[in-house]
Ligand binder design. Structure first.
Ligand SMILES: Nc1ncnc2c1ncn2[C@@H]1O[C@H](COP(=O)(O)OP(=O)(O)OP(=O)(O)O)[C@@H](O)[C@H]1O
Ligand SMILES: [Mg+2]
Length: 466
């Protein structure tokens, strides 16, 4: 039990941002940054064992299937992942496989962002079961970024710093951190350029992607998950983004990402490769041993072929040939890579009580609700003023709303009608057939509900990234 206490204490501090060690050191001749700190006690090691995932694993209780709307009907359960186990340490870890093989699902599960229904298995961080607040302790860069397009890169990063750094981090330190992230990601030349929309010309795709990474990097996380960080980027830009991630990995981070058809120059940056096919693992080991392993299985890569393209071709070929995929799966199960993971599993499953203790921990909010509200309002204001079409649509909506409200009080006889019966008449409460006004009121209410919903969705999206 002693080990449990030590472990749970360490768990709290592992991902804490060590602000004091990130100081803007003023020297006589120049200013120098100490690198963005990562708590040195964390190894940034993620292990996962026996991950099974069944989509639509939640059973809907619709007793009358004939009259049930289709979205309430039970959908057929589908197994997406089959008993995946593995281990990631600091470095660059690529998850590869043909489309629909389960890469994003595995990433979501590892980052604790999947609904628990239909999910089984264990995730360990630095040898201890991942706490329930794990998703707040890692960086997660989604494919559809949530960066604000009317703000500059620096303003976006400042927003992330303001809303996500703990309250005891001073304003100066936040600014310093933003400057450091900009420099780490090589974004100095475009830091004050608006990100850009379909209508406003902004930064390039690669710069935008790096800015999204920066939004997470602000928190100096040790572990990063990225879902297809190079999708939609041209070859040179994709390499720039991956090189940037590789530099972050060299600073001692664990970077886990899914990727489609990387070029050889990008493939060379990977430390390990995890190959999935139809939800099963076929390789989980050093990138440099990949070709050797597949040649042992009877698949040789031609001298000038890209290893990443080659293995995907092997997987597609194996899917088409009866028994070939099963042979590859069995070969992996017998391989030293899998045996190594199983050994780790045995070590880490020692104390089941420990898992229960640590997994009950919950995340603490980093800033107060008021501060959060303030920064979101500030961002929305900036966003509104820099987006003429948005202002125009809001003016039009306000005029329409004003007219609708005005209609309620239209023709009100102040002196002769002190009881306000005219208002009641206008809104249809005098039981006359003032159906149009009822409709107006209904529309007004729906619009208000809609606006609240929009605000709520935006808040949820921001909260999700915390
Ligand atoms: N909620 C769900 N219901 C039904 N099927 C699902 C659900 N979520 C995922 N799937 C299926 O699981 C499979 C794996 O999905 P996933 O998004 O993980 O694949 P992927 O490897 O990331 O694919 P891609 O390379 O196209 O991004 C797909 O066939 C997908 O259709
Ligand atoms: Mg995907």
């Amino acid at each position: 039990m002693k080990s449990a206490i030590i472990s749970s204490k360490r768990d709290d501090s592992v991902y804490d941002i060590d602000v004091k060690s990130y100081r803007y050191l003023s020297t006589t001749s120049h200013h120098k940054f100490v690198p963005l700190s990562i708590n040195s006690s964390s190894k940034g090691e993620v292990s996962f064992y026996d991950i099974d995932y069944i989509a639509n694993g939640r059973k809907m209780k619709c007793k009358c299937p004939n009259i049930c709307p289709s979205f309430l009907k039970e959908k057929p359960a589908k197994q997406i992942l089959y008993g995946l186990s593995g281990n990631f340490k600091t470095g660059m870890h690529a998850i590869m496989g043909s489309t629909g093989c389960g890469k994003s699902s595995l990433l979501d599960i590892l980052a604790n962002r999947k609904d628990r229904h239909g999910l089984s298995g264990q995730i360990f961080v630095d040898g201890s079961p991942a706490p329930s607040s794990f998703k707040y302790m890692v960086g997660y860069v989604v494919q559809d970024d949530i960066i604000s397009e009317t703000l500059t890169i620096r303003e976006n990063l400042m927003f992330s710093a303001n809303i996500r750094l703990p309250r005891d981090v001073s304003h100066v330190e936040r600014v310093e951190r933003v400057i450091k992230v900009i420099s780490d990601l090589g974004l100095e030349s475009c830091a004050d350029t608006t990100v850009g929309t379909e209508f406003i010309r902004g930064v390039s795709g690669g710069e935008r992607k790096r800015a999204c990474i920066g939004m997470e990097l602000i928190l100096a996380r040790k572990i990063f998950f990225l879902d297809e960080p190079t999708t939609g980027l041209d070859a040179a830009t994709a390499r720039k983004v991956m090189k940037c991630l590789s530099n972050l990995a060299k600073q001692g981070r664990t970077i886990i990402f899914s990727i489609h058809q990387p070029r050889y120059s990008i493939f060379k940056l990977f430390d390990t490769v995890t190959l999935l096919s139809e939800g099963e693992m076929l390789y989980h080991g050093q990138a440099k041993n990949l070709l050797n392993y597949f040649s042992q299985q009877g698949y040789s890569c031609e001298p000038h072929d890209n290893p990443a393209d080659f293995v995907i071709d092997v997987l597609i070929d194996a899917q088409e040939r009866p028994g070939a995929l099963e042979n590859l799966r069995l070969a992996y199960e017998k391989s030293s890579m899998h045996q190594h993971v199983m050994k780790l599993r045995k070590q880490q499953f020692i104390d089941v009580n420990l898992q229960i203790r640590t997994s009950r921990k919950s995340a603490k909010p980093t800033i107060s609700l008021w501060n959060e509200f303030y920064y979101i309002c500030l961002r929305t204001l900036k966003n509104t003023f820099r987006n003429p079409s948005l202002i125009l649509s809001q003016i039009v909506v306000s005029i329409i709303l004003g007219l609708l409200v005005g209609l309620v009080f239209f023709d009100l006889k102040k002196t002769t009608d002190p009881g306000g019966s005219q208002v009641l008449h206008n809104v249809g409460l005098d039981y006359t057939t003032n159906w149009d006004l009822w409709k107006n009121f209904f529309g007004l209410s729906m619009m208000t509900v809609g606006l609240f919903l929009l605000a709520y969705i935006q808040l949820r999206r921001i909260k999700k990234t915390k």
